[in-house]
Design a protein around this ligand. Structure first.
Ligand code: GUN
Length: 282
């Protein structure tokens, strides 16, 4: 079987169009503040693309680039200032923070109503009990792609490889809430291939090039690659050996052009939702 390639770039463009239309109908533009600390080149690329996304959606955006070494307290004070601003609906601190910062403490400073990444424990808890305010961006993007291509997780065996707070855990919850039978695999899982080979829906979010080979994938499975790695030639790639797995899967996401653009579109959607919340719009 040759898999259908799930086009995240096209779907993200479609989502952003709808978001832009909804944003234009609001009294005040949604506003997003993005904070980057240090000069990690990958983080800089992500932050630049978020600014472009805001422009495309007609949002107001602000960027704060702080030097590595800025005291954590200063960063927290900036967040507190932004928490109190009426024109700012969402606050995003680009991760990872440089060494020496306590990410947990920093993220806790973001007001839950402005937590468009959905990383605050209050929002994580709300998601866990099935009453999310904001959906975590990457897992939400994956669910949008599954819906777009008519893949219903209900009753399916889902295996999520990776247990991070940003992707693995919330991904498992969203699949569970849609009635998938979900297993989370991680670095201590013995015989990973035997487990992934049982998956109807396989999501890999590890960050290890070449991790998922064709022998680890069931014939006809839906394969979602969340990773963003660079191979030996410096080219962007995911965890999945795309060419060989595409021969076996029914649907597969490419890297780049798969989950990545959808993550960004979901950030825009959360910012719109935050703006609606702040403006009392349903
Ligand atoms: N770094 C990598 N992914 C993310 C994300 O989804 N949000 C933030 N804030 N930083 C990231």
């Amino acid at each position: 079987m040759a898999a259908i390639r799930m086009d995240g770039k096209a779907l993200a463009a479609k989502c952003k169009e709808t978001i832009a239309q909804e944003a234009a109908a609001l009294e005040r533009k949604p506003g997003l503040a993005v904070i980057i600390v240090g000069d990690d080149p990958a983080s800089r690329v992500y932050v630049n693309s978020k600014r472009r996304d805001c422009e495309e959606c007609g949002f107001y955006s602000e960027e704060y680039a702080l030097l590595d070494g800025t005291p954590q307290q200063e960063l927290i004070e900036l967040i507190e200032l932004l928490n109190g601003r009426e024109d700012i609906d969402g606050i995003l601190v680009q991760l990872p923070l440089p060494k020496g910062y306590n990410e947990e403490e920093v993220l806790l400073a973001i007001h839950p109503d402005k937590d468009v990444d959905s990383f605050h424990p209050q929002n994580v808890g709300a998601l866990t009990i099935g009453r999310p305010v904001f959906l975590p961006c990457t897992p939400a993007g994956v669910m949008e792609m599954l819906d777009e291509y008519g893949v219903d997780p209900a009753g399916k065996r889902c295996v999520v490889v990776g247990r991070s707070n940003i992707v693995g855990k919330p991904m498992a919850l969203l699949l569970l809430h849609r009635h998938g039978t979900v297993t989370i695999a991680h670095s201590r899982t013995p015989d990973l291939g035997a487990l992934t080979a049982q998956a109807d829906i396989l999501v890999s979010a590890v960050g290890k090039t070449g991790l998922i080979t064709a022998d680890m994938v069931k014939e006809g499975a839906v394969v979602i690659d969340v990773a963003m790695n660079r191979n030996q030639e410096g080219k962007l790639c995911g965890d999945v050996c795309f060419d060989q797995v595409a021969e076996k899967a029914s649907f597969i996401t490419p890297v780049p052009g798969g989950v990545g653009p959808m993550t960004r579109a979901m950030l825009m959607r959360n910012t719109l939702e935050a703006a609606k919340l702040h403006q009392g719009v349903k």
